[in-house]
Write a protein that binds this ligand. Structure first.
Ligand SMILES: *Cc1c(COP(=O)(O)O)cnc(C)c1O
Length: 467
């Protein structure tokens, strides 16, 4: 049957839920699912907790999609936001500037890998990816390399939802229907450590799988402008984690073949992987680094593309040469967002958050491994920094997948929500990456509730499906 507002709403729903379903189209969702599982109406956030209109609370174990770092309604951030809002909320950024943007740029240059000297502001992750792709292409066009006009990306990559970003993405679920619209990208087999084609173990891994990219570079480098990659974690792919050595080798290949390296740290930047930026662990400076999500700790949309003086210089000339980067967004360099980003960096420094992240990641690792590794159907628990993922399989030895039509991750997500825990599914993988401010007690609740939910789900499923 077709969707109608009447069909969506039902008697168990609150007034706000009914009004939401009458007009709101939610992201990344089959809206029909909302008939049976309407959206939670959140009225308050505090620390790691979200409160709904009935006062029920949920532990936000996914940092509201990667963005939250220091808890909801963080008093320190809320205070500077209020102050900034009464002084200057936003200004055009062409030929205008403001202190928060200048300070954020200065500090990001200091904190990111050496050589990234210029900061271009945009307003969300996908927009930063688009800008980096365009800059890389235009750089080559303006340095006598017009033949360089394709991108190379990894299988299962995720770089956002706009057409350019989708073009370098490789998650069929998001891409497939738009295929006729997308750029012709060279796609290389990416790392897959859980099902390593070389049967390597993490301890002895020498990133042999880099050879797939190497082959494609050898074949296509003449026409390639850039490689784009999610450093250390291919997130939307199912939290596929791989060693830093892969990035070190990739950087060397990019230099050898004269192809830009675009590091998409939209998800992993700002401490998620255990270092402030993931590229640090590989000791590489990319040609472009895209940052967003955690940059404002979940307060306002903001993103940046960082690049080198070498790239910048290829655009720097008299106006008449038409070499400028004529790209802009209305909310480019939004003052409120920049003021918050400035405070986020101050909090990292003053509250010693990188030490906090390291300690909590170690604690999480120890507790989560003990809880999950021995469970039936749990093929692997993997973790990098403050990101943990449980991959569920039909058979722990053969690593055979569970049938996707059962939507097992989604079932577990729904059950966990009933118990006051917000984790998220990606197919048969469930993941958490809580705010860094999570306490040990809250971490225990997160792990125990996840474990209980997984166990109960498979116990019931076993009875129904015998499997
Ligand atoms: C979320 C994400 C993006 C897109 O950012 P949006 O702000 O959602 O547009 C790009 N790359 C990666 C790796 C991401 O996780």
């Amino acid at each position: 049957m077709n969707c109608t507002t009447q069909l969506l709403a039902n008697e168990q729903m609150t007034d706000l839920q009914k009004r939401d379903l009458a007009h709101v189209w939610h992201p990344c969702a089959q809206m029909k699912d909302y008939e049976k599982f309407p959206p939670k109406v959140i009225t308050k956030g505090e620390g790691v907790w979200l409160y709904d209109e009935d006062g029920k609370r949920y532990l936000d174990a996914v940092s509201s999609w990667w963005v939250n770092l220091f808890g909801h309604a963080n008093p320190r951030i809320s205070k500077v936001l209020a102050e900034q809002a009464t002084t200057l909320e936003h200004t055009i950024f062409a030929n205008f500037t403001h202190k928060p943007a200048i300070e954020v740029a200065e500090r990001l240059v200091r904190l990111t890998p050496p050589g990234l000297e210029k900061v271009f502001f945009a307003d969300n992750g996908s927009a930063a990816i688009e800008a980096a792709l365009k800059m890389s292409f235009q750089y080559h066009a303006q340095t006598n390399k017009k033949h360089k006009k394709r991108f190379l990306a990894l299988t299962n990559a995720y770089h956002g939802e706009t057409i350019g970003a989708l073009s370098v993405g490789g998650v069929d679920l998001y891409n497939e229907v738009y295929t006729p619209l997308l750029l012709d990208t060279v796609r290389s087999q990416g790392p897959d450590c859980y099902r390593c084609p070389f049967n390597d173990k993490p301890e002895s891994c020498s990133a042999q799988c880099i050879q797939y990219v190497e082959q494609d570079l050898a074949e296509h480098h003449e026409e390639l402008t850039a490689i784009i990659i999610e450093p250390l974690i291919q997130a939307a792919a199912g939290m596929k984690m791989y060693p830093a050595l892969y990035l070190t080798k990739l950087k060397a290949l990019c230099e050898k073949y004269d192809v830009h390296f675009i590091a998409d740290e939209v998800a992993v930047g700002f401490g998620r992987t255990g270092t402030l930026f993931a590229c640090e662990q590989a000791g590489v400076t990319p040609d472009f680094m895209c940052l967003s999500k955690g940059i404002t700790a979940g307060y306002l949309p903001l993103s940046v593309v960082m690049t080198t003086n070498e790239v910048y210089d290829a655009f720097y000339d008299d106006y008449g040469t038409m070499k400028a980067f004529l790209h802009s967004h209305s909310y480019t360099g939004n003052t409120l967002a920049c003021r918050i980003a400035q405070e986020v960096l101050t909090i990292f420094e003053e509250e010693n958050y990188m030490e906090v992240v390291k300690e909590k990641a170690a604690l999480l690792n120890q507790k989560a491994r003990a809880a999950f590794e021995h469970l039936p159907y749990v093929g692997e628990y993997r973790q990098t920094g403050m990101v943990g993922a449980i991959e569920m399989v039909a058979n722990k030895v053969t690593k055979e997948d569970l049938p996707s039509e059962e939507r097992i991750g989604y079932q577990i997500y729904k059950r966990a929500l009933d118990k006051g825990l917000l984790i998220r599914p990606l197919g048969n993988i469930i993941y958490f990456m809580p705010p860094y401010s999570i306490t040990e007690e809250e971490m225990d609740f997160m792990i125990a509730t996840t474990k209980e939910t997984v166990e109960q789900f498979f116990a019931e499923r076993g009875a129904t499906y015998e499997g």
